[in-house]
Design a protein around this ligand. Structure first.
Ligand SMILES: Cc1cc2nc3c(=O)[nH]c(=O)nc-3n(C[C@H](O)[C@H](O)[C@H](O)COP(=O)(O)OP(=O)(O)OC[C@H]3O[C@@H](n4cnc5c(N)ncnc54)[C@H](O)[C@@H]3O)c2cc1C
Length: 526
């Protein structure tokens, strides 16, 4: 008998908890595969603590394979879905080889992406707070700026380096700023040439209060706490743009800074936008049973999905994009997939959030739990207890608890882990018979033959194989990159061969910016 296959795209709160629950309910009767572009689960609410050095980066994540025993985990990027053929199209491995995976049930839970295009310059000059690498980058940036400010003789450079800005006063903005404030206070004694009053921490919020999802009283408490700790909160202020040196606001003010963290402007990812599904409010509309409207056996939950919470056409209510809701939806979704395989009625998603809470750094927090408002140290302890409880896997819980304990007694580390810039070009060496490129790969870049020779082999439309020799001075890749297509042919070294590879992103940027280079290449691309 055919074992039904469930493919889950995304290893976040939605995807990982659906896989876990489904594996438990199905008792091996379903073939479950989870595809994610990273092989670990990121506990996003803890990212500000990673950025501030409270938590070690690897402690705030859980390897998917550890947590999902019995589920096939595939590290790959899904690029397309063929809903008619019931196939997921993905690129996997370092060489980005194209694969198609069949499914009987599909779960799309790929979260949201930061949409920085809303503010000119933000794509190049701001940091986001979505992934472990973002948190790691922010921590490095803060330390780099403090190091620079401690030794520079130029007041303007010092001012730039010591101004840290967070765009957005929602949960992630407030938590990020709270942790940044704590970090600079704790590492300041290591920098004798910096006075606290020289450090500017600025949070920019469009609305008239921070944490607008919480009752006004808690927003005010959060604002007071932040201000007490030296944070300037610019309320009713819109972000306009950013440059290499400053952030500009809609009311004409500017802030000289090298560090802008943006927690606003979330939207659908390029992948989601490319699907033949009409998005509503930037999300996939699903029924109350979590099935995508108009697509049988395709489901969606978490930040990706627009999940209705009522049936009122005039005042529709939708699930907010929070971890709490994603986990609750995963529970119902796993049950519904089981119901569908057995021909039973589906369950409707209903959920009443237990409450909301935020950490403000400096051992303070705000919380509203079952209608009760809590502030200060009790709220902060509640926040920590709730997050320890929600963390997946005992090992992750223990690691995070130990990090918190050590942080209580130990100074923050100021080790600066400089990221080495990846060069735009690199040399590649091959021996006789080694394959440089397969057909149907995403082109790695533009190749130039420096020594040796190669054979290029591709299949014509009539099925015949065609061969070409590539000699010293020959090049390839420019046309495939220009047409955004996969590689056609297989290329194999015929002797000891050295190539120069120009990275695809850098090659494309140079090509689009410099017309003579583009003209030269276009002439050869015929
Ligand atoms: C800084 C911060 C603080 C937060 N604090 C809180 C909080 O205190 N409380 C709360 O409830 N919520 C909080 N949230 C929100 C919460 O983290 C999200 O609601 C939650 O992560 C949504 O889960 P998800 O599974 O929908 O998406 P995600 O957790 O974003 O997971 C998406 C997954 O899909 C993968 N993926 C994406 N595209 C592809 C593709 N094409 N192919 C393969 N894999 C793909 C990603 O790699 C990722 O693994 C916070 C968020 C942030 C950023």
């Amino acid at each position: 008998m055919h074992t039904q296959k469930v493919v889950i795209i995304g290893g976040g709160f939605g995807g990982m908890f659906t896989a876990k629950k489904l594996h438990k309910l199905s008792k091996g009767a379903l073939d479950i595969e989870l595809i994610s572009q990273i092989n670990y689960f990121v506990y996003q609410p803890l990212l500000p603590e990673v950025a501030a050095g409270t938590l070690n980066p690897q402690d705030a994540v859980t390897p998917l394979r550890n947590f999902l025993k019995g589920v096939q985990v595939r590290l790959a990027e899904v690029t397309d879905i063929d809903f008619d053929a019931k196939q997921v199209v993905l690129l996997q491995g370092q060489r980005k080889i194209l694969q198609r995976i069949n499914y009987d049930h599909l779960v799309i839970t790929t979260g949201q992406a930061a949409n920085l295009s809303l503010f000119p310059g933000f794509e190049h000059h701001s940091l986001t707070m979505k992934d472990l690498s973002d948190a790691y980058r922010l921590r490095n940036r803060i330390i780099e700026c403090m190091e620079m400010a401690d030794v520079t003789r130029f007041p303007d450079i010092k001012q730039h380096a010591l101004t840290f800005v967070v765009g957005g006063g929602g949960f992630s903005g407030v938590e990020t700023m709270g942790e940044m404030a704590e970090m600079v206070d704790r590492i300041l004694p290591e920098y004798p040439n910096i006075q606290r009053h020289e450090i500017r921490l600025v949070m920019i919020q469009l609305g008239n209060r921070v944490l607008p999802e919480l009752p006004e009283y808690l927003s005010e408490y959060a604002l007071n706490q932040l201000e007490k700790r030296g944070v300037e909160v610019w309320l009713n202020t819109g972000i306009h743009s950013a440059t290499q040196h400053a952030l500009y606001t809609n009311d004409g003010r500017s802030l000289p800074t090298h560090t802008i963290v943006t927690t606003i402007g979330n939207g659908p990812s390029e992948f989601l936008k490319s699907l033949p599904i009409e998005l509503q409010r930037g999300r996939i509309a699903v029924s109350a049973e979590l099935e995508v409207l108009g697509l049988a056996d395709v489901w969606s939950i978490g930040d990706t999905a627009l999940v209705p919470l009522n049936t009122n056409q005039d005042h529709p209510l939708y699930a907010p994009p929070t971890a709490q809701f994603a986990v609750a939806q995963a529970e119902v979704l796993a049950q519904n997939i089981m119901h569908r395989t057995r021909g039973e009625n589906l369950a409707t998603f209903t959920y009443k959030a237990a409450g909301m809470m935020a950490s403000l750094g400096g051992r303070r927090g705000v919380a509203e739990i079952y209608g009760r408002r809590v502030t200060g140290i009790p709220a902060w302890l509640l926040w920590r207890a709730a997050y320890i409880a929600m963390l997946p896997g005992l090992a992750t819980k223990i690691r995070v608890a130990l990090d918190w304990l050590f942080d209580f007694f130990m100074p923050r580390t100021i080790v600066y882990m400089a990221e080495r810039d990846r060069p735009a070009t690199r040399y590649l060496d091959y021996a006789d018979g080694e394959v440089v490129q397969h057909a149907n790969e995403v082109p790695a870049g533009f190749y130039i033959v420096l020594s040796g020779s190669l054979t290029q082999e591709f299949e014509r439309a009539n099925g015949e194989l065609e061969h070409h020799q590539l000699q010293v001075g020959d090049s390839w890749g420019s046309r495939a990159l220009k047409e955004h297509r996969l590689t056609h042919g297989k290329i194999t070294a015929r002797e000891e061969t050295q190539l120069l590879l120009v990275n695809s992103g850098d090659f494309q940027r140079l090509r689009s910016a410099y017309a003579p280079f583009n003209n030269l290449l276009s002439a050869g691309d015929k």
